[in-house]
Design a protein. Sequence first.
Length: 101
Amino acid sequence: MEIPRAERGGEPQPEARRADMEIPRAERGGERERAMKWTDAEDIAIALSERYPDIDPLTARFTDLHRWVVALPGFGDDPKASSEGILEAIQMKWLDEWRDR
C-alpha cells in the first residue's frame, strides 16, 4: 500500500480523491474505475453473481472460485495473493448477492 504523501513528509493530499483510491460504486454508475483486487470482495461477488447466476456459492470449491475470480473481466491482482480467508470472504459476499436476487 502506498504511503500518503502527508505521511512521507511531503505536501498534504488534496480533498479530491487520488487516482489509486476506489470510487464508491454509486458514484461510478456500477462501473469500476480501476482493476479489482482480492480485497474488493463485494465487487468480485457482484461480478460472480452476474457471470454465474445459477451457481449456489456454497457449492463452489475454493479452487474453482479462485479460477473464476482470476478470469473475471476487470480483475487485475496477483493470482498468488489470495488466501483461504480472502476466498471465504468473497464466497460470503457472493452468497449475500445470490440470496438477494
